[in-house]
Write a protein that binds this ligand. Structure first.
Ligand SMILES: Cc1cc2nc3c(=O)[nH]c(=O)nc-3n(C[C@H](O)[C@H](O)[C@H](O)COP(=O)(O)O)c2cc1C
Length: 176
């Protein structure tokens, strides 16, 4: 049977924490998308900003199976300067031939998460379903667990989940 995956990119650990919570709730394999070149330090910060502002295609390392061979996929990434983090955007652009069930979660400090989820739709040519935005604070305090449980419940029970739904099902929070 085709494998279901949670694929995440995380620079400072917040999205990783949420991905591990979701993966464990779903019982799905969790795979990390990594930077080809470290983004540590002030130079790393600057590269995050420039890569996103300029919409650059960036290098990444991915050791998981090609999405074409997978069952359902959830992608998770942080928001950088109100856009989807460049490594995940670049990865999705390369995997746009995947037509299976796709869901997405963006993690942010305060704003830009909804646009980031729209960028998943742009890269893949269809909206992820369900799609959810989490606040960093909700993840670090553990408050996000309830939202992740609900997300998992939709994925496992909603027959439309992951299909090309007419529009994304946006789940919390209300963006400032
Ligand atoms: C360069 C950079 C730009 C960011 N821009 C935004 C932003 O526009 N909106 C926002 O809410 N958070 C922004 N953040 C905060 C991250 O989205 C937030 O800290 C997230 O939890 C980081 O996830 P991670 O720990 O998985 O890397 C930015 C962080 C960085 C490093």
């Amino acid at each position: 049977m085709a494998e279901n995956l949670v694929i995440f990119y995380s620079r400072t650990g917040t999205t990783r924490q949420a991905a591990e919570m979701l993966g464990s709730r779903l019982g799905w394999r969790v795979v990390e998308l990594r930077d080809a070149v470290s983004r540590a330090g002030w130079w790393g910060d600057l590269r995050c900003v420039l890569d996103n502002r300029l919409g650059r295609k960036v290098g990444y390392r991915y050791d998981g199976p090609p999405l074409d061979t997978c069952g359902s996929v959830v992608v998770m990434a942080p928001v950088w300067v109100e856009h989807l983090a460049a490594p995940m955007r670049s990865f999705l652009q390369d995997q746009s031939s995947y037509k299976g069930p796709l869901a997405a979660i963006a993690v942010m400090a305060a704003r830009g998460g909804f646009r980031a989820a729209e960028e998943v739709a742009t890269a893949m040519g269809r909206p992820p379903h369900p799609a959810m935005v989490l606040l960093q604070q909700q993840v670090t305090t553990g408050e996000a667990k309830a939202d992740l449980d609900e997300f998992a419940r939709i994925l496992q029970r909603d027959p439309r989940a992951g299909d090309a739904a007419p529009r994304s099902a946006w789940l919390s929070p209300n963006e400032a």
